[in-house]
Design a protein around this ligand. Structure first.
Ligand code: AMP
Ligand code: ZN
Length: 503
């Protein structure tokens, strides 16, 4: 990020972001600049991530990229949840998958962690700086439970340890992030069953005694058991970012109870407010309903890429999908539809073509002395607008609009409607740098071949072979078209499928 160094001093101090804790858009003032600590709740690795999950991780990728572009020294921590995320019947999600597939839980964890990493790569999401896992931090979790017990914020009951919300609420206010009132929560939770060990139905588990048939359990002085889901994030954020850090993020659906519980645990353990800014991404929806595995309306990345799904007209390239996500602000709802995606394909293609042309244009050797000052002002203003849009709560939608305005100037130069003599070299260079930096480095939209190359090709070809074998000719045609868009011709041979790049 070469531009970052030059702009560092100028840029810091303008960024504003929406803080879920105060419900206000605030000036971003890190606790210890130029360092920035950001913790984001990562996936539970018990099955494939769906497009909704991908939206959240792309949103935080943009935030990570832009903070780094501004020159901040970001430590981005995104965890892997590999224990403690329970189903309504109390069974661990990973244990259940392991039981059904007759595999070790760690085989499930490894498989879906690997898959998650490939999906992130396909969508050009940069890896975090630290990716800690809950099982890897059991010792630290036990330590935090000890601290909470010693400070009177937790109690033991029948081999389990619970967070004591009654005690906590004498000093702090549970639910302040989500804005829920404790009285309402108590009324709602009275109907829940299986709360026998708890003093208060709202108390949540820090350590849970395992049932005899529970596979994932560890020996502690309390019982053979496992940690509560909320605990891992408090422990790992504290370990790697300190008791107070800058940004904590996650999807909106994690605000309550997960994030409110995290705040309670951290305040209880250290008497310090853990994160200065809480950021929440909004949901990807299908027909207005949250995309989720349990509702059965989830799309897996490879289904969308190959078009292998009943609701899809066709397949879409990962960069077009990334572009689709960035066309809305991270805090707005984004509804999935073929129409919206087709619109994004057009937009993405226009942007990609513009960038390709831009890379070909070379400013003449001699600088122009007879410039059009008004045009230069216009171009500089659009470049400034790109920065202001990102400074305004990472508004990618607005930024894309400004990038298209810049592209109009590029196209005019290319078609000679604007002469090189109209603008000086410095303006041309600024326009080029702004377009390239914002598109490729900040929005992470790069030529498909540079990101995915063979990876994408393999996904498409595997699906093509499968469609042929199952004699699904509609799918065969649609995949043939997708491959053609990637510049590839498929050759059907007697017992196999061959392919070649188009000339
Ligand atoms: P999970 O693996 O279920 O814990 O989810 C991983 C991340 O994806 C969390 O930050 C969730 O909030 C987020 N997420 C889940 N469903 C959606 C959705 N439909 N749209 C956007 N983000 C989602
Ligand atoms: Zn979390």
């Amino acid at each position: 990020m070469h531009l970052a160094k030059n702009l560092l001093t100028a840029m810091i101090g303008k960024l504003r972001l929406t803080n879920s804790l105060t419900r206000k858009k605030e000036l971003f003032e890190p606790i210890n600049p130029p360092e920035v600590g950001m913790y984001v709740c990562g996936p539970t690795v018990y099955s494939d991530v769906h497009l909704g999950n991908v939206r959240t991780f792309i949103s935080f990728d943009i935030i990570n990229r832009y903070l780094k572009f501004l020159g901040y020294k970001v430590r981005y921590v995104r965890n892997i949840t590999d224990v403690g995320h329970l189903l309504d019947n109390g069974e661990d999600k990973i244990s259940k998958k392991a039981r059904l597939n007759k595999l070790e839980p760690m085989e499930i964890v490894q498989k879906y962690t690997n898959d998650f990493h490939s999906v992130m790569k396909i969508f050009n999401v940069l890896p975090p700086d630290i990716e800690p896992s809950a099982i890897g931090h059991l010792f630290e979790q036990v330590e935090m439970i000890e601290t909470l017990l010693s400070k009177g914020f937790a109690y033991q009951a029948n081999g389990s340890v619970y967070f004591d919300l009654t005690r906590y609420n004498k000093l702090y206010a549970y639910g302040k992030l989500s804005g829920r009132k404790i009285e309402d929560l108590i009324n709602q939770s009275r109907t829940l069953e299986g709360q026998d060990d708890k003093k208060n139905p709202l108390d949540f588990a820090l350590w849970k005694k395992a049932a005899p048939n529970h596979i994932m359990k560890w020996k502690t002085k309390w019982s053979d058991g496992f940690p509560g889901w909320h605990l891992e994030c408090s422990v790992m954020s504290t370990k790697y970012l300190g008791t107070q850090f800058d940004i904590h993020g996650g999807g909106l659906d994690l605000k309550f109870p997960h994030h409110d519980c995290e705040i309670a645990q951290c305040l209880g353990a250290s008497d310090k407010e853990p994160a200065k800014y809480w950021m929440h991404t909004n949901m990807l929806t299908v027909n207005g309903q949250k995309m989720s595995k349990s509702l059965g309306n989830a799309f897996l990345p490879w289904q969308l890429i190959s078009g292998n799904h009943g609701m899809l007209d066709r397949g879409y390239s990962p960069m077009a999908i990334r572009f689709f996500m960035l066309q809305s602000h991270y805090a707005s709802n984004l509804d999935f539809s073929n129409e919206a995606l087709n619109g994004s394909v057009k937009g993405y293609t226009k942007l990609a073509n513009g960038i390709r042309i831009l890379k070909e244009i070379i400013y003449p050797k001699h600088d122009s002395l007879n410039v059009n000052a008004a045009l230069i002002n216009q171009i500089n203003k659009i470049c400034d607008d790109c920065h202001s849009a990102m400074d305004d709560d990472f508004n990618t939608a607005l930024t894309i609009g400004h990038l298209f305005n810049l592209l109009k100037k590029v196209n005019s130069l290319y078609s000679k409607q604007i002469a090189f003599t109209d603008i000086n070299k410095a303006t041309f260079n600024r326009m080029k740098t702004t377009l390239l930096t914002f598109t490729e480095e900040i929005l992470g939209i790069k030529p498909e071949k540079e990101i995915n190359g063979h990876n994408l090709l393999n996904i498409l070809l595997e699906n093509y072979v499968e469609a042929k074998e199952s004699k699904n000719y509609k799918k065969v045609d649609s995949l043939r078209q997708r491959l053609a868009e990637e510049g590839i011709t498929v050759k059907d041979m007697k017992d196999s499928v061959g392919w070649a790049y188009n000339e």
